[in-house]
Design a protein around this ligand. Structure first.
Ligand code: SUG
Length: 446
């Protein structure tokens, strides 16, 4: 019998995947700027992770890439003519703008939206708020299409509520589920939602690097979703970890079920945060805190090896949780030694699986960045768009599609090439049918 469980919706890596160095404060993006990217390999790595999760017994969904370059945006900037003319003239006038309009960044679906399971929401529906991603230009153009993709994946408005993104203004900066953790006894029961913000927009900035999530945005989302205030916690991310390169909370913290796994430096007020979680969970479950000290894993190693950007999952048939970590965590002596100790102990995490998502990692996107968690009751799962779920057959179809359409290599300047635009749009046009997205899903189809 089906039971309520957590599905992962991964962002399918798009054909313009490249290293543009567009994200200030994201150390990998800055370091790898200008490298030759491998879009085909990147997309296949992402699909291999999805297949593995499906094979391990989890519900696995997929969200389509967005159309890039985003010619609609370039038109708003004043460029006109055919799509090719728009791209050519924009590239001549302002290549950096075109680079921003060409990123495949919607692959990091942990930033697609904040999701609250129906068990937590007052109206009993599953709520989504697409993230406005207002801090980074190349990401600030994602939310409208994300909303459409979520509505295509979760069409029944009696069961699902897809809100509009918050206004595109810095007070409301929102980066979605990457700054949100849900803890619970069992996925189907009421849980505790933890919102981690980098700054209070009404106070002075305290970080050198951008803090992309505001307290104000988190408050509004919790209100829109109809969450119970006594079961909701707002915690400030430590300024020093943002400046060390943790541009989202999910670079230093991940949680699942009763377990919160985090670096000791993650929160500005560590003890206050833990006791607020304990208070919010009272009567529901006993939180289990797995804290990693800076002595065991120095913060800089935690960030470069992306230990906490792992998926923490409850695999069917396993007693303890499994950490799906990037291979970079295995390569780093501190994080590898820590992981070995972790699973030999008797805490809530009992197994580690390392996955290769190196192409995405070079842009600062680990296994957890690539997925949006959606808790689905059996009814909700049936109501979801079945064509956007991955099984063996869909994995084969999508792998064949990638091999047919994607370039093997891509230098950042290739995004000014109209041929790449034509290839990408042709690929996405075919994808609309594969995923049952409906005609006119992409603006170039309208
Ligand atoms: O927003 N990188 C993404 C990585 C997002 C990772 N997501 C989570 N941690 N949940 C970002 O910084 C780099 C693109 C470039 O430089 O070409 C980029 O957008």
């Amino acid at each position: 019998m089906l039971k309520t469980s957590e599905a992962n919706y991964d962002g399918l890596i798009g054909p313009t995947h490249n290293y543009g160095g567009l994200s200030e404060g994201n150390l990998a993006s800055a370091k790898n700027k200008g490298l030759i990217a491998m879009p085909r390999e990147a997309a296949l790595q992402g699909l291999a992770k999805m297949k593995r999760m499906h094979g391990a017994g989890l519900v696995q969904g997929v969200l389509p890439p967005q159309a890039r370059p985003d010619v609609t945006q370039l038109r708003l900037m004043g460029f006109s003519g055919s799509d090719e003319q728009v791209l050519k003239t924009a590239w001549m006038a302002n290549p950096l703008l075109v680079r921003n309009m060409s990123s495949a960044s919607s692959m990091w679906s942990a930033n697609a939206a904040t999701v609250s399971p129906s068990a937590d929401c007052e109206d009993g529906r599953l709520h989504f708020t697409p993230a406005n991603l207002s801090t980074m230009l190349h990401r600030s153009i994602e939310s409208e299409q994300t909303g459409k993709a979520l509505k295509a994946a979760f069409p029944d408005t009696n069961k699902f509520m897809v809100h509009d993104a918050l206004p595109l203004q810095s007070t409301y900066s929102d980066e979605g589920a990457a700054n949100h953790v849900r803890l619970c006894d069992d996925e189907g029961k009421q849980g505790v939602e933890l919102f981690v913000y980098g700054r209070d927009a009404f106070k002075h900035l305290s970080t050198k690097f951008p803090s992309r999530q505001t307290l104000q945005a988190s408050h509004i989302i919790a209100t829109h979703h109809g969450l119970d205030g006594t079961r909701t916690v707002f915690a400030k991310q430590a300024a020093k970890v943002i400046d060390a390169g943790a541009f989202h909370n999910d670079v230093v913290c991940v949680g699942a079920r009763q377990c919160l796994f985090y670096h000791e430096y993650a929160f500005e007020d560590r003890l206050g945060t833990l006791s607020a979680i304990e208070k919010a969970a009272k009567g529901l479950f006993e939180p289990q805190f797995v804290e990693v000290s800076n002595e065991e894993v120095p913060i800089n190693d935690a960030i470069t090896a992306y230990l906490f950007n792992s998926m923490l999952v409850q695999l069917p048939g396993k007693e303890r949780l499994t950490l799906i970590a990037p291979t970079e965590t295995e390569d780093n002596p501190y994080t590898k030694a820590y992981c070995d100790r972790l699973i030999s102990g008797n805490g809530p995490i009992g197994e580690i699986i390392y996955v290769d998502v190196r192409q995405s990692m070079r842009n600062g996107g680990g296994p957890a960045c690539l997925r949006l968690r959606v808790v689905l009751t059996p009814d909700e799962r049936v109501a979801a768009n079945q064509k956007m779920l991955i099984d063996e057959a869909m994995f084969e179809t999508l792998s064949t599609w990638v091999k047919k359409h994607y370039r093997e290599q891509l230098a950042p300047d290739a995004v000014g090439d109209p041929a790449l635009m034509r290839e990408s749009y042709a690929a996405l046009d075919e994808l609309t049918k594969i995923l049952g997205l409906g005609a006119g899903f992409y603006s170039f189809q309208r």
